[in-house]
Ligand binder design. Sequence first.
Ligand code: HPA
Ligand code: ZN
Length: 326
Amino acid sequence: DRLPALLRLMPKAELHIHIEGSLEPELIFALARRNGVALPYASVDALRSAYAFTNLQSFLDIYYAGASVLLTEQDFYDMARAYLLKAAQDNVIHTELFFDPQTHTARGVPMETVINGLHRACVDAQAEMGVSASLILCFLRHLSEEDAFETLEQALPFQDKFIGIGLDSGEVGNPPEKFARVFARCRELGFHLVAHAGEEGPPAYVWTALDVLKVERIDHGVQSSRDALLMQRLAQDRIALTVCPLSNLKLCVFPDLASHNLRQLLDAGLAATVNSDDPAYFGGYMNENFTQTFAAGPFNAEHAYRLARNSFEASFIDEAAKARHI
Ligand code: HPA
Ligand code: ZN
């Protein structure tokens, strides 16, 4: 069976990775020691054994606690560097990294520390690994729109260092339209726009992400299959879904990978992609997501090529570079 080798070796783009979700337990402990931060876990193994999630919120609580060890520009650089090395190993040749500045600025870490550390790692990855990497700033949707506006203000002096705006954190009860005004402003400023929608939330949140926020891609979006009209809209407008199979498994969105609806989304003509979301927490980087997904379902080489092609087509690389990859 040559499919696993094809999956590993094919060039691909990753469009849904939270850089704070790439922080491995070993690096959490190393940074805690370096920074003198106390952790409520005795060891790497004790921390890893707390990774038993029942839904999105049960994960977010541990994910925000893990990020508390990040204090200096070098910490952000080291975190992104470790992810980019893994990406290169998986033949990811382009990646768009989400970061959550509010998780850090709320602890007193300056915006420039966060952005400069991450951006320097992206620049070095291009030069040293041949991986192109861009940053997407995400607003935390459990916080207010006013807080998002303040975060945007703090980030604008560094606006040449990120290409887009996203929306993440606890979805249910925090619909996209809560951020209508700040997304309108980001659109005027010329940023690319994406939002998490339809991970745990209803198809209605995917509709408002498209029609109110005017996003170009939907992150997750797997709940869209519950709404036939929405499926038509996504297919007709070639709106990409950045699907994260191992994340959906670990957060109990689907009971097992065999029940995942990725194949259904592709069969309906949607521009679905495969991504890792928070690889340090969900048990796998890109190639692990591809190989486990394909092992569990009726997928063939044509699906592999289609997913890789979709990932470049849905990316925010320039059109000339896109034409070379598709
Ligand atoms: N959903 C929402 N917020 C997140 C996620 C996710 O999968 N990962 C990190 N923040
Ligand atoms: Zn995500």
